[in-house]
Ligand binder design. Sequence first.
Ligand code: AKB
Length: 339
Amino acid sequence: MRKKVILVTGASGEVGHSLIKQLAQDGNNKILSLDLQPLPEELIGLTTHLEGNLLDHILLARIISQYEIDAIYHLAALLSTSSEFTPDTAHQVNVEGTLALLRWAADQSQWRRRPIQFIFPSSIAVYGMPESVHSKDLYQRVREWEWNQPRTMYGCNKLYCEMLGNYYSKHFRQLSAEAPIMLDFRAVRFPGLISAFTLPSGGTSDYAPEMIHAAAKGEAYASFVREDVRIPFMAMPDAARSLTMLAHAPREKLTRTVYNVRGFSLTAGQFKDRVLEAFPEAQISFRPDVKRQAIVDSWPADLDDSAARRDWNWQPEYDAGRAFAEYLIPNIKERYLRS
Ligand code: AKB
C-alpha cells in the first residue's frame, strides 16, 4: 500500500524551511521532501527526506512506487543572479525540472482519476519594466497580466513554467476523445522574501536580507543597489502562509491560475533606516553594481494583489513595522547571540 504524502521539492531552501514547519503543524500532513542538499537540522523529524535530483527519472519512479502524492509544492529553483551565471543549468533546473514534475503529476491525476494539486512559487522576476527608471514611478502597483517581459533567465523560466502549469491544468490532451482529469495548478508571484532564520543565496533581492543579517552580526555591509530603488518584500512566514492558503482555497473561487502577493514595499534606503533603528551602530553603505541594479530596476516598485485578496482572502500578517518589530529583529538578534 502506498503512503499518502505531500511532496515538497527544494525543501532545504529558504521557503522550504518555513513551509515544512507550517505544514507539519497540522499533524495529519505526512510530508515527503526532496532536495539535492541534506535537510537542515531543525527540520529533521518533520518530514521524510530524500536527497536527490528532480531530473533523475529513476528517483521519480521510485517515489511513485512508494508514495501516493496528493499535493506538490514545487520550490526547487536557481535564483535570479545565479541563473545569469549559468543560464543553461538554470533552464534545466527551473524549466526541465518543473516540466518533468508537471508531466508526472498530469499522468498521476489521470491514473488516479483525481487531480493532484501543484503549488508553484513564481516571482516578481516575471515582470520587466521598460528601461527608464521612471516607468517604476508611473506604473506602481503592477497587475498580473502587465509588463510580462522578463529581463532575466530566471524570470523567463518562471513565466514559462506558469504557462506550462496553466496548459497542463486546462488544455492537456485537449484533442483526445476522452475528457482527461487535469492536475490542479496554482501559483503565487512572490516579491523579495526575507527570513529571520536563513540567508538567501543567488537572488537579486538579497540586498535586503543581507543588510539586516550583516547588521546583527556587527559586519559592515555595502548594498549592491542604489538607495532609492524600491521593490516589494514579504516576511517569510507570510510567504509560506500564502502557499498553503492558496492550496486550501476552494477551486470554484479561483479566477486566475497565478496570483500576485505582497507584504510591503520599501526603498533600499528605507530598509537601511529600519535596520539602523534596531542596530544604531550598523555600517551600511551603497555601492551599486550596475548590472544587478539593472535587474532590480526592471522589477516593479509594488504588486497589485487585489485578485488574491478577493478570491482567497489573502492578507499579509506582516506589514513593514510588524515584520521588523515582531519577526525580523527579535529572531535575528537571538540567532546571532546564540552563535
Ligand atoms: C531573486 O532575487 O531571485 C528572488 C526573487 C525576487 O524571485 N528573490
